[in-house]
Design a protein around this ligand. Structure first.
Ligand SMILES: [Mg+2]
Length: 198
């Protein structure tokens, strides 16, 4: 078992990591009139007002819609319960809004594992791959990156962890080729990660 699995500070991506990957980003892009494959947050940030505010509001609506339909990733509650029992501090860093993230966490039965202040959305920190959100959580926990782990299913999660200096775990759904250069540990499910922790 890698040494870093013993660490006490864990930051998770939300969508597709703690939840099943149901976010249909192409559908969201289409609804917002963005080109296929465009980075949604970067594209919206560059829009002039009032279109920008309008598009952000529309994005919030679409995301709340998805949040209500969120399904838990298998073994997510067991994994978070184990880490909590071991005294780990748990945080979320998501490109969603905090409100949507909290709603999703409730929908999957994981709300009790996260203090709302430890759930950082796009209004609390610069979006991944910027490491600012992880740094903010570590500062709040008075922890160093060498005591922390970042878990996520996308390149941005791993890049944010790398940039901050945490260990990185890639939850690999097999839809991307993977990023070995950014990954300290690759698992194909949270159940596999749970097994390694027991
Ligand atoms: Mg994700």
């Amino acid at each position: 078992m890698p040494e870093f699995l013993q660490r006490r500070y864990w930051v998770f991506d939300l969508d597709g990591t703690l939840t099943l990957p149901v976010h249909d980003f192409e559908h969201i892009r289409a609804e917002l009139g963005l080109p296929s494959g465009a980075d949604i947050l970067t594209t919206l940030a560059r829009l002039p007002e009032p279109e920008k505010a309008h598009q952000y509001a529309r994005l919030d609506e679409l995301e709340l819609l998805y949040a209500a339909r969120t399904q838990p990733a298998p073994a997510v509650v067991e994994l978070l319960a184990l880490l909590s029992e071991r005294g780990c501090r748990l945080g979320i860093l998501t490109r969603n809004s905090r409100a949507v993230a909290l709603r999703s966490l409730e929908a999957i039965g994981a709300g009790r594992f996260f203090a709302p202040g430890n759930v950082l959305g796009r209004d609390e920190a610069r979006p991944k791959p910027d490491p600012q959100g992880i740094e903010q959580l570590l500062q709040c926990w008075r922890a160093r990156p060498q005591q922390a782990v970042m878990v996520g299913d996308f390149r941005y999660d791993l890049e944010a962890g790398r940039a901050c200096g945490t260990a990185t775990i890639h939850l690999d759904h097999g839809v991307h080729p993977g990023w070995p250069e950014l990954t300290d540990l690759r698992v194909t499910s949270l159940a596999q990660l749970l097994e390694m922790l027991i």
